[in-house]
Write a protein that binds this ligand. Structure first.
Ligand code: SAM
Length: 248
């Protein structure tokens, strides 16, 4: 019977595409991709040529119904995103839901995921964690989100882009206090892979001072709030207010 395969692709190092991912991508009738040009290049690198179809947030609902019909007709389909695991801060949830609702088998071909790769090297408590993905782009929305997380005891995992990393660290210092331990993982599996650890205050200073530390892709992880978080947050806010007086 037809299957919808959810296939993870590398987050940088092409060596991380698994043999089973290659085999699956070779065998399906169609590969659905977030960005077909990007995926065509990836497949070409491995000598794979398959029909590609763009599936992104703007057409996913419409396409899902057509793709379900196609799988009902017997064609297996693979879903990939630009990097890492589909559905994790990437399209795919609607297609998977539609396929499952139609009784079609949905099967994972697991592999890289930036959040899990980052957590695995952070040295932060990893028995329980919360994936927060991308924060809202607007400062007000971001601060609101962070305020709600200030007392969260589990390790927090965020995705962040180069142009917002400093602002986000600033907002975290004010929401969680500058003493909260954190780890910043940058460019994992790539040439400039860097994992910085320290307090939020230290990370903010390092990233502000060194332009190279602001380049690339980031996973930002923050240790959960301890039992005395209330006090620390109040202290952190006080420090931040003092610091803010000296900022332009
Ligand atoms: N689906 C992907 C996954 O499984 O990780 C995530 C896609 S999301 C659109 C892209 C974000 O993932 C980036 O902004 C960054 O926060 C994170 N990311 C992706 N590749 C990374 C890498 N090599 N190093 C650090 N973070 C990365």
């Amino acid at each position: 019977a037809a299957t919808l395969f959810i296939v993870a692709t590398p987050i940088g190092n092409l060596g991380d595409l698994s043999p089973r991912a290659l085999e699956t991508l070779r065998e399906v009738a169609l590969v659905c991709a977030e960005d077909t040009r990007h995926t065509r290049q990836l497949l070409a690198h491995f000598g794979i040529e398959r029909p590609l179809l763009a599936l992104h947030q703007h057409n996913e609902d419409d396409q899902a119904a057509l793709l379900v019909e196609r799988m009902r007709g017997g064609d297996s389909i693979a879903l990939v995103s630009d990097a890492g695991t589909p559905l994790v801060s990437d399209p795919g949830f609607r297609l998977v839901r539609a396929a499952r609702a139609a009784g079609i088998k949905v099967s994972p071909v697991p592999g890289a995921c930036a959040a899990i790769a980052a957590l695995s090297v952070a040295g932060l408590p990893s028995d329980r964690f919360v994936f927060e993905g991308f924060m809202p782009a607007k400062a007000s929305g971001r601060r609101e989100r962070l305020a709600k997380l200030a007392l969260e005891p589990r390790t927090l995992i965020f995705y962040e882009s180069a142009h917002r990393i400093v602002e986000s660290l600033q907002d975290m210092v004010s929401a969680f206090g500058e003493q909260r331990p954190a780890v910043l993982a940058r460019e994992l599996t790539k040439l400039f892979e860097t994992v910085l650890d320290g307090t939020l205050g230290e990370l903010l200073r390092q990233v502000s001072d060194d332009g190279n530390q602001r380049k690339g892709e980031f996973v930002l992880m923050v240790e959960g709030a301890g039992d005395d978080a209330d006090g620390k947050i109040i202290e952190g806010r006080r420090l931040y207010a003092k610091l803010a007086e000296h900022l332009p």
